[in-house]
Design a protein around this ligand. Structure first.
Ligand SMILES: Cc1ncc(C[n+]2csc(CCOP(=O)(O)OP(=O)(O)O)c2C)c(N)n1
Length: 366
C-alpha cells in the first residue's frame, strides 16, 4: 500500500476502530448477556435477509430499508435502555425493536400487509409502535422525531417518571431544521433525551462531506452546550457502553446527549437502490469490518463461546424465523371493509344527551 493510500485508509477509520474491538474485554456484561446480544444481532440480520427475499418475490408491499452493517448500533444501544425508557426507532432500527420485545412475526405480517399486522394492513415498513410498548413509531420526514422525543422527555418529567427518550437520526437528517429545533429546546430545558447519529457516510447517494465540513457530526452538540460522544458503530459493546453513559448523563439531568456512531450502510438506501455511487474501495474497506463477524471473532477469541455454541444460536434464529414466517404467510389479507374502521368514534345511543347535536355558541346567540 502506498503512503497516500495508507493515509487515506486511516482517515476512513472510525475513531473507535483504532483499538481492535476483539482486543477489549466486555465491561460489566455477563457471558449470557454477551450471547444474548449476539442472538439479537443475528436475528436482526436474518429477519432482514428473509424480508429481502420476500421483497424479491413481490410479497412485500412498499419499500424495504435494511440495516446491513449497522446492526451493532440498534442492538448495542437498545440493550442499554431501562424498561421505563421510550424509544423512537428509525427505518434502519429493526434490531432495536427486537431487543425491546417485537417478534419477527410482527415484521412479517406488517411488511406483507396481512390481517393481524400491527398497522392492521394499512401501513408498511417499521411504521408501528405504541407508547404502551415503549415505542414512538418511526415516521418518514427526516429529523422530525427529535422534537417529538423532546416532547416525550418533557412529558416524562411532568409526570415524574425517570424515563429517558432516545431516538436515532441519519447523517443527512442532522441537516434538517427539525433536528436543530428539537435539540435547541431540549438543551435549554435539560431534558433527558439521547439522540444517536447513525453516520453511515451516505444520505441516500449524498456523501457526508457534501452536507457538513465537520469530521465528527457529534460536534453539532457544541451549538447547544450539551454532552457529546463519538463511538465505533461497528463495535456492539462499544455502542452499548457509550449509550449507557449517555443514558446516565440524561438521567442525571445533564441531557440531552448527542452520540455519533460511525458506520457504513452495506446495502442501498432501500431495496430498490443498488448503491452504484459507493466507490468499490470504500465498500471493500467496510466489508472487513462487518459488525457481526467482528463480534463472533471476539466471542470466540475471549472464550465466551465456541463456534458450535454460536452456530446453535443461529439455528435458534432460523427456527424462530421459519415458524413466524409460516404464520405470516398463512395469515389472510385484511377485510376490505376494515379500511374504514378506527376512523370515526362509535355512534352514541340515539336520544342520549351525548348524541344531541352540539350547537355552536354563535348559532345559539342569533
Ligand atoms: C424532511 C425530509 N426531507 C427529505 C426526505 C427524503 N429523503 C428520504 S431518505 C433521505 C436521505 C436520508 O439520509 P440519512 O438521514 O443520512 O439516512 P440514511 O438513509 O443514510 O440511513 C432523504 C433526503 C425526507 N424523507 N424528509
Amino acid at each position: 500500500m502506498s503512503k497516500a493510500a495508507r493515509k487515506e485508509s486511516r482517515r476512513k477509520q472510525p475513531p473507535g476502530a483504532r483499538t481492535a474491538p476483539e482486543a477489549r474485554p466486555a465491561k460489566g456484561l455477563s457471558p449470557d448477556k454477551q450471547l444474548d446480544i449476539y442472538y439479537y444481532l443475528k436475528l436482526n440480520r436474518m429477519v432482514e435477509e428473509r424480508l429481502s427475499a420476500l421483497y424479491r418475490q413481490g410479497k412485500v408491499q412498499g419499500g424495504l430499508y435494511g440495516s446491513k452493517g449497522q446492526e451493532a448500533i440498534s442492538v448495542g444501544s437498545a440493550y442499554a435502555l431501562a424498561p421505563q425508557d421510550v424509544l423512537a426507532p428509525m427505518i434502519r432500527n429493526l434490531g432495536a425493536m427486537l431487543v425491546r420485545g417485537v417478534k419477527p412475526v410482527e415484521f412479517f405480517l406488517q411488511y406483507m400487509q396481512k390481517e393481524g399486522s400491527p398497522c392492521k394492513g394499512r401501513d408498511t415498513s417499521l411504521h408501528f409502535g405504541g407508547i404502551d410498548r415503549g415505542f414512538v413509531p418511526p415516521i418518514s420526514p427526516l429529523g422530525t422525531l427529535v422534537p417529538v422525543l423532546t416532547g416525550v422527555a418533557l412529558a416524562g418529567r411532568m409526570l415524574g417518571r425517570k424515563l429517558v427518550a432516545m431516538t436515532y437520526i441519519g447523517d443527512g437528517a442532522t441537516s434538517t431544521g427539525d433536528f436543530h429545533e428539537g435539540m435547541g429546546i431540549a438543551s435549554v430545558m435539560r431534558l433527558p433525551l439521547v439522540v444517536i447519529i447513525e453516520n453511515n457516510r451516505w444520505a441516500y447517494s449524498t456523501p457526508v462531506a457534501a452536507q457538513s465540513l465537520l469530521t465528527d457530526l457529534a460536534e453539532k452538540a457544541r451549538a447547544y452546550g450539551i454532552p457529546q460522544g463519538v463511538v465505533d458503530g461497528n463495535d456492539v459493546l462499544a455502542v452499548h457502553e457509550a449509550t449507557e453513559s449517555a443514558l446516565d448523563l440524561a438521567r442525571q439531568g445533564k441531557g440531552p446527549v448527542l452520540l455519533e456512531a460511525k458506520t457504513m450502510r452495506m446495502r442501498g438506501h432501500s431495496e430498490h437502490d443498488d448503491a452504484w455511487y459507493v466507490p468499490e474501495e470504500e465498500r471493500r474497506f467496510w466489508e472487513k469490518r462487518d459488525p457481526i463477524a467482528l463480534y463472533e471473532k471476539r466471542l470466540v477469541d475471549q472464550e465466551v463461546a465456541t463456534p458450535e455454541e454460536l452456530a446453535a444460536i443461529v439455528e435458534r434464529c432460523t427456527s424462530e424465523i421459519d415458524r413466524d414466517l409460516a404464520v405470516a404467510e398463512a395469515a389472510p389479507s385484511p377485510r376490505p371493509e376494515s379500511c374504514i374502521e378506527d376512523i370515526y368514534a362509535p355512534l352514541a345511543d340515539p336520544g342520549s344527551e351525548e348524541a344531541a347535536p352540539k350547537t355552536p355558541a354563535s348559532a345559539r346567540r342569533s
